[in-house]
Design a binder for this molecule. Sequence first.
Ligand code: RM4
Ligand code: MN
Length: 388
Amino acid sequence: MAFSSHVASRLEEQAIELPSWAFGNSGTRFRVFGTPGTPRDPFEKISDAAQVHKFTGLSPSVALHIPWDKVDDYAVLRKHAEDEGVALGTINSNTFQDEDYKLGSLAHRDDRIRRKAIDHHLECIDIMDATGSRDLKIWLADGTNYAGQDDMRGRQDRMAEALQEIYDRIGEHQRLVLEYKIFEPAFYHMDVPDWGTSYAQVAALGDRATVCLDTGHHAPSTNIEFIVMQLLRLGKLGSFDFNSRNYADDDLIVGAADPFQLFRILVEVLRGGGYGTDGDTAFMLDQCHNIEDKIPGQIRSVLNVQEMTARALLVDREALTAAQVEGDVLKANGILMDAFYTDVRPDLAAWREERGLPADPMKAFADSGYLAQIAADRVGGVQAGWGA
Ligand code: RM4
Ligand code: MN
């Protein structure tokens, strides 16, 4: 079996943005392990990210995190990315690593601290103008640890006002994307804990404000594909942060913990017009590679998304609708499962070769010697990690 020309050409629309922070060292609260060759600065992170695109053709852009990826001249960084064959993508703000933000940022009671957090976002928008980025992604660590610690309603109101000021600065072709997370670092309540809160906040801002769905930010057994359906239905699914989880916000390789869930999500993305040129939903990874090599970890990740996208594209939509109309429960379910159980890997290998890409990107990268090269070249300096 080979892909139909429809599936083959739809696969060409796929673009998955990589997080610069995936190439730095990361770990748990217990230990951060270093790896030889880990980037020391944003330039090296982008060079590594470009390898993923070179071997897969799937990841033409890289997201930056500010201040971790601050540089003196963003035009120089942009040029470096272009020379490496990638673009600079989403700018992620960071209001969770400064002493001032202990009790919150955009929802903080103190005018000075709220001002500082808003100004940080305005600085991020200036950076977007220099990098040519479209999206400002906001994830807030704001929340409380104990009942009664603060007035939740007041926090919501202050956050709405602060977001409005930030949104008003977003350019005509730019977007504000608000990410939610059920818990952590706050353990009693988060100010943006769920898609409903994110939706309520962005809906009040305007058309260019949308929701970011990070697949790791839900309670166990949440039906994430339902949320995908609903946000697409409302025209508000701005982006995905893909990763996978077994327990909490594990940030493991997307499709590793629950490949079937990734399939179900992608089926709804296709159904709702969120894929490729159909819509404006950005695919991004938000992952950390604590113990595995980072570049192959990212290659594995984008391949996992591509494999599940191919399977979701194989769903026989007409037959599915017919079975649904007939009320044939088992037939409808069987049609979905047939697509899920199809091994698309041989077809994808052929698809890649036809497009001048290696049939097996994991092996081709391993054979390239790049990891040994960076381990030899990148001596001295401080390896990037959380905080840089
Ligand atoms: C957060 C959230 C954000 C990411 C940071 C590093 O938990 O998922 O998207 O920017 O982590
Ligand atoms: Mn995220």
